[in-house]
Design a protein around this ligand. Structure first.
Ligand code: CO
Length: 216
C-alpha cells in the first residue's frame, strides 16, 4: 500500500499535539471550547512561511486570523469585511495587525507585467498601490530595494484601507478602543518590523474618505 507520508505525518502530529497539551493542562480543550475572546485580528499573507500564531508566540484563542494573497484589504471582499465586522463588533478586538512580508510573491507579481491568469485581477489591487507611490518606487534603482519598499508601502496602504472601512470608522466614532498596526515580517530573519503607520482616527484619512454617521 502506498502512503502519502506527509499526510500521515500531520495526522500523527495532531495526536501528539493533543497529548502534549493535555499533559500540561487536562482541561485545555474544554476551556478553549467554551468561548473565544482574542484581543487581536491578524490580516496576513497566505504564504506558508508566515504562520500567524507561530511567529508571535500566540496560543489558540489569542488571534482571529484572515489571510489572503499579499495581505490585502479589498473593500468589495465579503470575506475580509465579514471577518473584520465580526472581529470589531462582536469580538471587540483591540488591535488589528496587517502583516506583510519581504519576498512576497504577490507583490513581486504586481511589479511585473506577466499574466498569471485569474489572479491578475487580485494582483491588480496591488498595482494600484504601485501607481500611488510610483514616484518614490521608480527612483529606487536596486530592484531588491524597490521590491522591499513596495512590500512596506503595500502594508501601509492596507492599514489605511482598513481605516477607510465603515466598520473601523464607526468603531472609532463610538470611541471603541481599536488600534491598527502595519508590520513586515522578514522571511530570512524571522523578525517583524513595526512600520509605525499612525492612523488613529478618521481625521488621519484624506477628507473624501471621512464618513459622518447618522445619530441613531
Ligand atoms: Co506573500
Amino acid at each position: 500500500m502506498k502512503h502519502n507520508d506527509f499526510y500521515k505525518k500531520i495526522l500523527d502530529n495532531n495526536k501528539a499535539w493533543v497529548e502534549e497539551k493535555l499533559a500540561i493542562n487536562p482541561s485545555y480543550f474544554k476551556r478553549l471550547s467554551e468561548n473565544q475572546t482574542p484581543p487581536l485580528l491578524w490580516i496576513g499573507c497566505s504564504d506558508s512561511r508566515v504562520p500567524a500564531n507561530e511567529i508571535i508566540g500566540a496560543e489558540p484563542g489569542d488571534v482571529f486570523v484572515h489571510r489572503n494573497i499579499a495581505n490585502m484589504v479589498i473593500h468589495s471582499d465579503m470575506n475580509m469585511l465579514s471577518v473584520l465586522d465580526y472581529a470589531v463588533n462582536i469580538l471587540k478586538v483591540k488591535n488589528i495587525i496587517v502583516c506583510g512580508h519581504y519576498g512576497c510573491g504577490g507583490i513581486l507579481a504586481a511589479m511585473k507585467n506577466e499574466s498569471y491568469g485569474l489572479i491578475d485581477n487580485w494582483i491588480r489591487h496591488i498595482k494600484t498601490v504601485y501607481r500611488l507611490h510610483h514616484v518614490e518606487l521608480n527612483q529606487i534603482e536596486s530592484e531588491t530595494e524597490r521590491f522591499n519598499r513596495f512590500v512596506e508601502l503595500n502594508v501601509q496602504e492596507q492599514v489605511y484601507d482598513l481605516a477607510k472601512t465603515s466598520i473601523v470608522q464607526q468603531a472609532w466614532t463610538q470611541k471603541q478602543e481599536l488600534s491598527i498596526h502595519g508590520w513586515v515580517y522578514g522571511l530570512n530573519s524571522g523578525y517583524v518590523t513595526d512600520l509605525q503607520v499612525n492612523v488613529t482616527s478618521n481625521q488621519d484619512l484624506d477628507e473624501v474618505y471621512q464618513l459622518k454617521f447618522k445619530k441613531l
